[in-house]
Design a binder for this molecule. Sequence first.
Ligand code: C5P
Length: 287
Amino acid sequence: MTKEITITASAKVNLFLHVTGKRADGYHLLDSLVAFADYGDLIKTEESDKISLDIIGEHAASLSGFPIEENLVWKAAIALQNYAAKPLGAKITLEKRLPVASGIGGGSADAAAVILALVKLWKLDISEHKLSVIALSLGSDVPVCLYGKPALMRGIGEEIIPISLDKPYIVIVNPNIPLATADIFRESDFKPLLRSDDNKEIRQFSSKNLTIENGYRNDLENTAIKQLPVIANIIASIKETKGCFLARMSGSGATCFGLYDDKVMAQKAAEELKNQYPQAWCINSVI
Ligand code: C5P
């Protein structure tokens, strides 16, 4: 029987995202609380004599114009094959259930999931350090996606600090319009760069406390709203839904989320938001 390993590439949500500096190479230093929804793309790997990648599912069409070699899943598989220095193969299937270029780390989560699946399929003996170096070389969100649990992400993504977090229900809304991360960073004005080192020692977070009044925010939100004003409407609409205690944008957008204590209220909010924004992609889950 062919060996097969399937891993969920969970949607990443930045509950807050503070830009704390800029490196000489132009990359921005971040302080961000990242959590993962119980929903994501699916990565299936099967034994094969060469690497292949098929993309299927709800959002596969968004990737059809791009060469397969540009997909992070492909790049991750090749990076791991290079590390192994053997002509290892795998038939990889990516079921794209998350919208692309949307600030919930779809591509990064896919890359992390394929790394985890191939390490098992190929029975590679590889250190955690080496894995995180490969992960970071693929994108700044890939190391935290590899970790896969609530964490503070610092530096440009290489510093992962495990934290404890409650498990609120979440509604995630994306207008189905892609935003390019590089453009949002480039067009944002972070002067004076906002420091958030005061919370350096905090390892226990309550999602209820992550309010703007307590100084938590997404520093990319204003630039994303300038490019795509509907983001402000979506955040306002999420805030208005019954039971929502926090509404914000994730990553570089355009995905927005709302947090809820109550599962039924989150389900109802998702239904209302789907009616209000019929073109949007909307799910409810738990983080
Ligand atoms: O790492 P990733 O491929 O997601 O980043 C896309 C682009 O976003 C980078 O090329 C860079 O221009 C910008 N970026 C940044 N600072 C970060 C992450 C990304 O300036 N911490």
